[in-house]
Design a protein around this ligand. Structure first.
Ligand SMILES: [Mg+2]
Length: 216
């Protein structure tokens, strides 16, 4: 965990979902592999060829700009519209095959929701996020879910992040963004005056109630 900033008053916590509220490397891998496999089918090449091309593109992007690029924006560079990416994810993401109810997460969210409004800002479509939260047993804690289809733009982007804050009724400077990728989940919130906490999966999220109380 890396705590970049915590506001004096935390009115709202905006969570990334994947690899933040759960830790499951197989599901994370499938969310990369299944759309790349679909792209390979549309291009008539092998998965391995397509995967290598995608990885090379993302690597060169990072080398040139010093930051990572989302898979949705990568697919856009390969000619796949955001609308098509959303359809693929709705069809190909099956969290119920990988995840299950997480009682420790529920206990954590009970504690956090008693003090702050909780929202989700994810690069998956809202329907996939709802399904994922439902499998984790955590859907009831999140009155606000902003997804790839909410503003039709991929992370990092100001509009969906500020939309999440507004829907939670919180000024940006009273929000904290929690996520597992600095370039996509933390850098932009910090630039907008929000707090930011970089986590390495669910085990770090379990510690948040204590961290927000000032524990090291
Ligand atoms: Mg994530």
């Amino acid at each position: 965990m890396n705590v970049f900033r915590i506001p004096g008053t935390v009115a709202a916590i905006i969570f990334d979902l994947d690899n933040t509220l759960y830790t499951n490397s197989d599901y994370i891998a499938s969310q990369h592999e299944s759309p790349v496999r679909r792209l390979a089918e549309t291009r008539g090449c092998s998965f391995d060829e397509m995967d290598a091309e995608i990885r090379a593109f993302r690597k060169s992007w990072t080398a040139a700009r010093g930051e990572t690029i989302s898979l949705a924006n990568t697919l856009a560079a390969f000619g796949i519209s955001l609308e098509e990416t959303i359809r693929w994810r709705e069809e190909l993401c099956h969290p119920e095959q990988f995840l299950s109810a997480d009682r420790e997460l529920v206990r954590t969210l009970e504690a956090l929701s008693a003090r702050s409004a909780l929202g989700i800002y994810t690069n998956n479509p809202v329907s996939v996020a709802r399904k994922t939260l439902s499998v984790l047993g955590a859907e009831s804690f999140f009155p606000v879910i902003v997804g790839l289809d909410t503003c039709a733009v991929s992370k990092p982007a100001r509009e969906p992040l500020l939309r999440a804050a507004a829907l939670l009724g919180a000024e940006p400077e009273t929000c904290v963004s929690v996520g597992d990728r600095y370039d996509l989940d933390i850098a932009l919130p910090l630039s907008l005056g929000m707090g930011g906490i970089l986590v390495d999966g669910a085990a770090d999220v379990y510690r948040l109630p204590f961290v927000l109380d000032g524990a090291p």
